[in-house]
Structures are given as C-alpha cells and as structure tokens.
Design a protein around this ligand. Structure first.
Ligand code: 6PG
Length: 249
C-alpha cells in the first residue's frame, strides 16, 4: 500500500480549493486515459464547501462533466429530499449546478422497505455501470471520504458487521448509536479505488485525526482499510493541530 500523503492547508477555503483542484486534475487524467471518470462522493457536512467550489469557476470549467459518473460512498436511509440525505446535500451544492447528464448521477436509492434489497440494487448498479477489475470489483477512479469523530468513514462505523464484509460491494448497516440504518460501499470497494481523498476540517476533528496518524495500533475503522491505490489526506490546520510536528513537516 502506498504511504498516505498528508496535505495541511491554513484554512477551510484554501483546503476546499486545493481539493477541488485535485479532483479536477484526477478527473481530467481519468478521461484522458480511459474516456470516463468514476467518482463516489462522501456525505456529511464537511464536503459542502468543497462541492460549492467545484460548482463554481474556475473548477467547474475544469471538470469533464460530460464524461463524469457520480456515485455515493454511503447514504442515510431517508428519502432523497430529507435534510439528512447525502444525495440532497450533493444535489443542492453541486449536482444541480453542473452540466453532468442526469443519467450519470446515481444516488443510493433507499425504499425503506428493505435496506438489504436497496443495498443489493445498488450493487447491481455498480456491476452494470462501473468498470470492474479481474477480481470482479468495481474500480472507482476516486472515492471521496470524510472522517467521523469515532474514526468511521463512509458508513463503516466501529463495531459493525460491515467492517468485515469482504464479498458484497454494498451493504446495509444498522448504526445503533444513531438508531439508524445506512447503506455504504464496503471495504473491498473502497480499498480498490485508484485514488482516495480524505477531506477533514475543523478543530473538532483534531483528536481523531491525531489518533489516525498515531503509531498506536488503535483499531479505528478507517485504519482497518488496506487501500491499494493512492491515498491523500487533505486537512486544514485546525484539524491538524494535534498532529505531531513530525507529521506536519
Ligand atoms: C456521512 C458520511 C460520513 C462523514 C463523516 C464526517 O454520511 O455522514 O459519509 O462518513 O464523512 O461522518 O462527517 P462530517 O463531515 O459531517 O463531520
């Protein structure tokens, strides 16, 4: 596994712009090499600022939207117009503002009736729409990920079965502390992305980010991942304030 790169930016605006720049470059490279760019977006609140910048000049003009295919890394099991919906957040901040063909946007649809069937349906969509490798895994060019205060990423929460899911590409997971079901890409799919960008901002993430980069063998979900591609952490100074000076060199 490539050693993860850590980029620390002085403030959220600089962080979001640098991340938008990176995404635009990865998208252009993927389209140049393979004719298309397959990305899985992350949810939560941190990416809002990123998506807003991606939807505006100069970055909006640098992404080859006509050849971009948007998926989601995870979703809350709520309707698409619910305030907690990751799709709604991405639609409001990015997808409704850019010239991407609607048939190239693939929300995780949750019928609420059966979350396991919803997971299987999204797995089938990945099977149809995302290029696969020799192991039968969908290969995203880029998976955007956040970091929760408990070390979760996507919906790979501590002490949940999805952490050990190695055969299915998408799974439903009940998060007891949230009293809620979620859908999520599973570890093998995340691990096999060509690029993973972790986006972390704010002093409330300083402690968990320091834990992630600590030398202690703490079994945080994000540390259980064994990515095969390039991993980059893009963080702001507030989130990095507890990293050792060695890490900030
Ligand atoms: C979600 C995300 C989740 C998120 C982290 C951080 O659906 O909430 O996929 O993994 O990235 O919880 O969330 P914040 O950016 O809101 O801190």
């Amino acid at each position: 596994m490539n050693a993860p790169a850590l980029h620390i930016h002085p403030d959220p605006d600089t962080l979001y712009r640098a991340t938008a720049e990176r995404i635009a470059a990865l998208a252009a490279s993927a389209v140049e090499r393979r004719g298309a760019f397959f990305i899985a977006l992350s949810g939560g609140s941190t990416p809002r600022g990123l998506y807003e910048r991606l939807a505006a000049p100069p970055y909006v003009d640098r992404v080859p939207w006509a050849n971009t295919h948007v998926f989601f890394g995870d979703e809350r099991c709520v309707p698409p117009d619910h305030p907690d919906s990751n799709y709604r957040m991405a639609h409001e901040t990015l997808l409704s503002h850019v010239p991407i063909p609607s048939q190239q946007i693939h929300p995780m649809q949750v019928a609420l009736a059966s979350v396991r069937q919803d997971a299987a349906r999204y797995a089938g969509l990945l099977e149809q729409r995302v290029p696969h490798d020799d192991h039968g895994l969908p290969i995203f060019d880029l998976i955007l990920l956040g970091l929760g205060p408990d070390g979760h990423t996507a919906s790979l929460f501590p002490n949940t079965c999805i952490l050990h899911e190695r055969s299915r590409p998408v799974a439903a997971v009940y998060v007891s502390k949230l009293h809620a079901w979620r859908l999520s890409l599973t570890p093998p799919v995340i691990e096999h992305a060509r690029h993973i960008l972790f986006l972390v901002a704010g002093r409330q993430k300083a402690e968990i980010l320091a834990d992630v980069f600590a030398d202690t063998p703490e079994a945080l979900p994000v540390r259980l991942l064994q990515p095969t591609g390039q991993v980059e952490w893009l963080v702001d100074q507030a989130a990095a304030q507890q990293l050792t000076s060695a890490r900030q060199a």
